[in-house]
Design a protein around this ligand. Sequence first.
Ligand code: PHE
Length: 356
Amino acid sequence: MSDLREKYISLIAEAADEAALEALRVQAVGKKGEVSLQMRSLGKMTPEERQVAGPALNALKDEINSALAAKKAALADAALDARLQTEWLDVTLPARPSRQGSIHPVSQVTEEVTAIFAELGFSVAEGPQIDSDWYNFDALNIPGHHPARAEMDTFYMARDEGDNRPPHVLRTHTSPVQIRTMEKQGAPIRIIAPGRVYRADYDQTHTPMFHQVEGLAIDKDISMANLKWTLEEFLRAFFEVDAVELRFRASHFPFTEPSAEVDIRCSWEGGTLKVGEGDDWLEILGSGMVHPKVLQAGGIDPDLWQGFAFGIGIDRIAMLKYGIPDLRAFFDSDLRWLRHYGFNALSQPNLHGGLS
Ligand code: PHE
């Protein structure tokens, strides 16, 4: 019996894999295994012999079973170790700085704006760049004859003669997303909607395609004071300086009442653009309290709800923050410009780690 013990304990210790272990199990303690056969022979023994051999055989069976189990666990551990060795990765190594490709200032600023407004509880909404003139104008209280339609230098989509579908335009602002969000989610609302917009205009501060971020906050008790606080809070965080000087100017938009535009103090001296100093002002946003007719067009009851909206020129605030004097260069795809003004693709703007 001690021969059997030695034999199996050493065979088990040498087993190379689970299949070999299973074969040993069958061979030793399986139904027709060596230990089981000996147990069967207990019947032929005298009672005295049986009293000694019985417990010993049981103990041997237990010992072999636990040796099998221990070896099985050891094999599994070894397999895991081997796998960990081959899949080993030092996550503390710094990422390889990418020498090619960078984040465009417009993308960077969009991320920065989103990070700041996320902190203020605004989520991101979207709408199409080609939209019907109803969403772009009528629903925003700009009827067909309104001079604002002409002022916006709208690009109309070409139409075949006899095409009776409603006219579509390249959206002239992100404000149609106000209406789409009202329709989709109803009140209350707290969103921003960044994206591309289009107007036929071209000079140092205008390109036919540019970017805006719309803001919309609708609730029961939102006032002009909330608007002013939100914009000031945003602009301070965005420019990362306390010295930004803002000018709120009474203005007019068909879709807000009252309305205000915000300018920022800056200088253009020597071909560089600086924020917070100088005698120039650059208009960066329009804003106001959402007109009751606009709420109505979006299916929201203006007797119960009110709120503010704003539209910020993303490219404008990018120029100001990063001292980029000509907007047209943003969209020239000149690699030298992109390398100079681009941002590291691996650093994510956030309020804790720093925006830029
Ligand atoms: N849509 C306006 C523009 O493009 C900006 C704006 C948005 C003004 C929301 C007021 C409220 O000039």
